[in-house]
Design a protein around this ligand. Structure first.
Ligand code: PLP
Length: 454
């Protein structure tokens, strides 16, 4: 590792230790002993800063709390792991985490009616309004991951024995959210292009009514699925669902926070997004937005009453179990939000980079793109059976040769050992980095005598 990165982390830790002195001291100031400890730490920090400046020193810290390795993959490498690209924190989010990391940190100024989305300091209430507007929906709540958004909707809308229609390329958490509510799923098959169409959805709805005697409780579909990141006709599917008076849940785990999403234009009754996948937020975090029509049902407030005490719990929402992201997660999400709002306007450029990379890969003979092409997304599944996998067949490291060669060049996040089908994301990489990535694959191809078309 470049010593500077190591030393930046060590300096950060020194600052935390300095901070800790104040956290243990009296409000009136430091004792002599504390001052001495402070000065010693400060000297260490100054040394560390000098090491950063001069690129000197050696590794002093390798673990947090004795067992946790330092994580420096984003500083040291180009990370193409699809699930990590959109969840990398902005520096504002990292600052927010540093200052709001304490447990229930957002509750300092919680006042009646005592609910997360009503807190004005930090600006949670404003954020909730902004989130709803950002998605062009009426109301929004933060949830611990997209999966908890599905769960809130299914447990409010799906009764035991109900059917939910979802895409056959759907994420496992959609299936489980239905299972937990006691429902069963019927899948909309993807066509030969691995795309889910409105016609296919209509057929399944029709069959559901015919065979069960009633429409499903809910239809849900990912805009871009996690397998190929192909685009599915969410607008058409929403329309079909509405013809049967069935609400539609738009799964935006791979869209909300990276590309513009207009819930009303899509016809979504629910928009679900993932904070840690696509909104530059820590895990777990996410968003569930809905219309005024459905807000009363999914954001139903508690009616529970203690039988002995008669205790009641005001405006706490049942599906949210009152409050959701109570600390650093929420504040980091808020801190990233200005950057997130800005970056969705640059989606076209991100897609350009994605296509640039795929074109360069396709120039390596024997390579193919499994995802729809040209790409409309930054995540792609590629097939290198006819190129890199041919090398793997005779290489002593087998399929690992490719990840070895890539990590030697500072590229991480590809599935180790995979040389046939693998996925990557170019999201958030600068043009320089995308070019570097494509050049690296060319270099590896040429090293093993694959043909690279110019
Ligand atoms: C990642 C993903 C999810 C799960 O998101 P979490 O925020 O981790 O719950 C759901 N659906 C799709 C399509 C995904 O890609």
């Amino acid at each position: 590792m470049e010593i500077r990165i190591q030393k930046i982390i060590e300096a950060l830790f020194c600052l935390e230790d300095l901070r800790e002195v104040y956290r243990q001291a009296l409000p009136t100031g430091l004792s002599e002993e504390e001052e001495a400890a402070f000065q010693a730490k400060l000297a260490e920090l100054e040394e560390t800063v000098a090491d950063i400046r001069n690129r000197t020193g050696h590794t002093r810290v390798t673990r947090i709390a004795g067992s946790i390795e330092l994580r420096t993959r984003e500083e040291q490498s180009i990370n193409i792991q699809p699930i990590q690209a959109g969840g990398r924190l902005t520096s504002e989010a990292r600052k927010a985490l540093a200052v709001y990391g304490d447990g229930y940190s957002v509750c300092d100024a919680c006042r009646a009616p005592f609910r997360l989305d009503k807190i004005t300091k930090p600006p949670s209430a404003q954020f909730h309004e902004d989130l709803a507007r950002f998605l062009n929906m009426d109301q929004a709540r933060v949830v611990p991951g997209a999966r908890r958004g599905f769960q809130a909707v299914t447990s409010a809308l799906v009764e035991k024995g109900d059917t939910v229609i979802l895409s056959s390329l759907g994420h496992y958490t959609e299936y489980i959210a239905v299972e937990q509510a006691g429902g069963t799923v019927r899948e909309i098959p993807a066509d030969e292009r691995a795309i889910v169409t409105a016609d296919a959805a209509a057929e399944r709805l029709e069959a559901c009514v015919r065979e069960t005697g009633r429409p499903p409780a809910l239809v849900m579909c990912d805009h871009f699925d996690y397998q190929n990141a192909n685009e599915h006709d969410v607008r058409g599917i929403a329309k079909v669902a509405h013809q049967y008076d069935v609400p539609f849940l738009y799964n935006g785990a791979y869209t909300v926070g990276v590309m513009p999403v207009d819930g009303k234009a899509i016809g979504a009754d629910f928009v679900v997004g993932s904070g840690h996948k696509s909104m530059a937020a820590p895990a777990p975090s996410g968003v569930l937005a809905t219309t005024d029509e459905f807000a009363d049902r999914v954001f139903q407030t508690t009616r529970m009453e203690g039988d002995l005490t008669g205790r009641r719990f005001g405006v706490k929402e049942v599906q949210m179990l009152g409050c959701t992201l109570m600390g650093g997660n929420l504040v980091a999400m808020i801190a990233s939000f200005p950057a997130v709002q800005e970056r969705v306007t640059r989606w076209d450029e991100e897609v350009k980079k994605s296509n640039y990379f795929i074109d360069r890969l396709l120039a390596i003979e024997g390579s193919a793109c499994v995802s729809e092409y040209p790409r409309k997304h930054v995540l792609s599944k590629v097939d290198t059976t006819g190129s890199f996998d041919r090398v793997a067949k005779t290489h002593k490291r087998k399929g690992y040769f490719l990840s070895d060669e890539m990590s030697k060049r500072g590229i991480v996040g590809q599935f180790a050992g995979a040389t046939r089908h693998w996925k990557l994301s170019t999201y958030g990489l600068s043009w320089r980095r995308v070019e570097y990535l494509a050049d690296a694959l060319d270099e590896i191809a040429e090293k093993y005598d694959l043909v690279v078309r110019q």
